[in-house]
Design a protein around this ligand. Structure first.
Ligand code: ADP
Ligand code: MG
Ligand code: MG
Length: 213
């Protein structure tokens, strides 16, 4: 029921927090090549804030929708930075798919992931090939939709989509960035994947494992 769903969302947020902490140094190193080097810290602070706010909301009896709305606001606020604002908006948009009074079901989770990605595209305005997290998020969205439609297996679909995101994130090494801070350093980013695309694929891979455990 709805309380179990809120608790599940909190566990998921805590898993994202732990995953971001594990990868903090690497995210930061990628961002230091052509950006300002703070992507590891931004992801750590953002996910930590989201997990804390989500857990506090759930303790007060909030359902999945409200938990994610609070978590999204906290992510944006605690992370600072561009990716924090985009992840925060993604969580808020994902939460809007759920209903506080009903349990979270697999088809809604797929819809919520798509809604989150659409929010990132809407808010950030990045296009495919701009060397941003969108380059990993769009293949993720397409693969999860197709896989889930044909198999109905949520965890399996997330894993396949995360693998596609990982491959797409790797491929961003071959492009020069045009958006975000690293555009200033232009060619410097050539040969290094986009930090936000990489971190997106890492978190979605962890989500796939979380859902199948
Ligand atoms: P900041 O650039 O403010 O220091 P971060 O270092 O946390 O923020 O995040 C950088 C990442 O944000 C980039 O690698 C890129 O993936 C993502 N990003 C930047 N601008 C956009 C945008 N307009 N749309 C989507 N993603 C973006
Ligand atoms: Mg940065
Ligand atoms: Mg910054």
């Amino acid at each position: 029921e709805s309380r179990a769903s809120a608790a599940g969302i909190v566990q998921l947020l805590e898993m994202l927090r732990d995953t971001a902490a594990e990868h903090e140094e690497h995210f930061g190193r990628l961002d230091a090549v052509a950006g300002d080097g703070d992507h590891g810290q931004g992801m750590t602070y953002g996910t930590r804030g989201a997990a804390k706010a989500g857990s506090e909301a759930a303790a007060k009896g909030a359902g999945a929708r409200t938990v994610l709305l609070h978590a999204g606001d906290a992510w944006a606020e605690e992370a600072g930075g561009t990716s924090g604002a985009l992840w925060g908006a993604a969580l808020t948009a994902a939460g809007s798919v759920f209903d506080d009074t009903r349990a979270v079901a697999a088809p809604e989770i797929v819809q919520a992931l798509a809604a989150g990605i659409d929010a990132v595209v809407r808010l950030g305005g990045a296009r495919p090939g701009d060397k941003t997290m969108v380059d990993a998020a769009l293949p993720f969205r397409d693969v999860i939709a197709a896989e889930f439609a044909s198999t109905g297996d949520l965890a399996g679909s997330v894993k396949k989509a995360a693998a596609a995101a990982q491959e797409a994130a790797k491929a961003t090494a071959d492009i020069t960035s045009r958006l975000g801070r690293s555009r200033i350093l232009g060619e410097k980013s050539l040969g290094t994947p986009d930090p936000g695309a990489h971190s997106f694929s890492v978190l979605m891979d962890a989500l796939g494992n979380f859902l199948s455990s």
